[in-house]
Design a protein around this ligand. Structure first.
Ligand code: NAD
Length: 493
């Protein structure tokens, strides 16, 4: 069973293959194209336009030209466009889910979950668009009035990763639209097709020409570098690796741009002896295997109290070992391929390093035969404290387990990283959960929960996991600046 080949072909035929610039789908200057692959087979799905520096400049021109009139549109009008986009994505949920599975590899059930999550940003920000407010107050000495208003920051450059092709785009585009900003979107070259189709939906929903421009490209730096230097750009919002984010922060210094940075993670997953172990294992499955472990929020280190470590590891390994790998379009698939050969080889080098350092593989521990870039779901026990796998982002279906004996030791291990995106804590003692939460250096905390992502919540990290928040009431603030007007005393005559 699974999805018939003709259905895949029909869907791919609906994906725009050009660059979206000023409301029109165009070929790249010089006609360059690049291939997008299915990571479960290595076969080409579609060839699309490959933007050059020149195309990036045209996209920037279009965003700059549209900014003034777009900022003046009524908030309700912008909200209604987002609401229509939410309805269109929801109507086409199966198309978006299949497209993500084809280009990214995740099982269809997970892609459907991402459609729900990604579409929710459109609905959430359709509601936030009309809730931007300011204040009017009297100065402390009574001699003037203070008027505080919020305005759109202006044209934005949005750069997204390949691991959540729809949600990472809607999490940026929806608040930018709600705030009244225009934008240039540069999707990841490994998974641009979802953004291409989504941009077509935004146009169908009534977004005016030039507000959203999409420049898919294999030449990321060549396209984004000059845009970052353009004095008309006001903001860059990036989701991706910390190394690339650091470079973009340096580039953003040139024009002192507003920056939002959603970067890498190294999430600790703490299990205390008083935790409900079945719930902890359920949480571990979600926090580790969702998206094949290719999530910034993926649990990267399982830190388990020594008295329950063996039992937790056995139950977890039994569940992980039962996960079927395969093409995401097949009904029985629970774990899809990794995104490419490089990612699979990196995961294996981390596992090999841990095994060489004395770790034991309770299940898995090796890549799978091709075609496609599959890695066996793996649980490692007795991982040495200096193993690379505890320091680097794994981005694969591999769970290393280490143990602790005291609460202080658990917190010290959890915080022993330059990252600080999310932490997970499993305990039946709510006071302990809250106490540990106060001590953990992370932007988000899952308390007896293996998934924290929610459009209504502020998503983001501290330390080298990033700057700014996406979603929640905070999300739109990233696209607004505060303007203050000092007004003379109206009684002074
Ligand atoms: P990546 O940094 O390689 O690429 C991200 C995006 O940046 C892509 O669009 C890529 O083409 C672009 N890019 C790469 N080099 C560039 C350059 N020099 N100039 C401009 N753009 C450039 O990351 P990835 O492999 O696509 O994604 C995985 C990473 O993203 C992981 O580290 C993961 O933790 C992180 N991530 C973070 C969050 C979050 O919200 N914190 C969410 C998802 C993914």
């Amino acid at each position: 069973m699974g999805i018939p080949a003709h259905r895949e072909a029909e869907l791919l035929a609906q994906v725009p293959t050009g660059l979206l610039i000023d409301g029109e789908w165009r070929d790249a200057a010089g006609g360059a194209t690049f291939d997008v692959e299915d990571p479960s087979t290595g076969k080409v799905l579609l060839s699309i336009a490959d933007a050059s520096t020149e195309d990036g400049a045209l996209a920037m021109d279009a965003a700059a030209a549209a900014q003034e009139s777009w900022a003046r549109t009524a908030p309700r009008e912008r909200g209604e466009i987002l609401r229509r986009a939410f309805e269109l994505v929801t109507e086409r949920a199966e198309d978006f889910a299949l497209l993500m599975t084809l280009e990214m590899g995740k099982p269809l059930a997970e892609s459907r979950g991402e459609v729900t999550y990604g579409a929710e940003f459109l609905r959430w920000f359709s509601e936030e668009a009309v809730r931007v407010s300011g204040r009017y107050s009297t100065s402390p000495d009574g001699k003037s009035r203070l008027l505080v208003t919020k305005k759109p920051v202006g044209p934005c450059l949005l750069i997204t990763p390949w691991n959540f092709p729809l949600a990472m785009a809607t999490r940026k585009i929806a608040p930018a639209v709600a705030a009244g900003c225009t934008m240039v979107l540069k999707p990841a070259k490994l998974t641009p097709l979802t953004s291409q189709l989504f941009a077509a939906v935004m146009m169908e929903a009534g977004l005016p020409a030039g507000v959203l421009n999409v420049v898919s490209t294999t030449l990321a730096g060549d396209v984004t570098g000059p845009i970052l230097k353009d004095p008309r750009l006001r903001k860059v919002s990036f989701t991706g690796s910390t190394a690339v984010g650091q470079g973009l922060i340096r580039d953003a210094a040139h024009n002192v741009l507003r920056t939002s940075m959603e970067l890498g993670g190294n999430a600790p997953f703490l299990v205390f002896a008083d935790a409900h172990l079945d719930k902890a294992v359920d949480g571990a499955m979600a926090a580790k295997l969702r998206n094949m472990g290719e999530a910034c929020t993926a649990a990267n280190r399982f830190i388990v109290q020594d008295t329950v470590a063996d039992e937790f590891a056995e139950r977890f390994a039994a569940r992980v070992g039962a996960m079927t790998t395969g093409r995401g379009t097949e009904d029985e698939t629970k774990v899809g391929p990794l995104i490419d050969a490089k990612s699979r080889d990196k995961v294996h080098s981390l596992v090999t390093d841990a095994l060489d350092g004395g770790a034991r593989a309770l299940v898995g521990g090796a890549p799978e035969e091709g075609p496609g870039y599959f890695y066996q779901p793996t649980v490692l026990k007795d991982v040495a404290p200096d193993a690379r796998i505890l320091k680097e982002e794994i981005f694969g279906p591999v769970a290393p387990i280490v143990t602790f004996s005291t609460e202080d030791e658990a917190v010290a291990l959890a915080n022993n990283t330059e990252f600080g995106l999310v932490s997970y804590v499993f305990t039946s003692d709510l006071n302990r959960g809250l106490r540990i939460g106060e001590k953990l250096e992370s932007g988000m905390l899952g308390l007896n929960a293996g998934v924290v992502s929610n459009a209504a919540a502020p998503f983001g990290g501290v330390k080298q996991s990033g700057l700014g928040r996406e979603g929640g009431a905070e999300g739109i603030e990233e696209y607004l600046y505060t303007q203050y007007t000092g007004i003379a005393d109206p009684y002074a005559g």
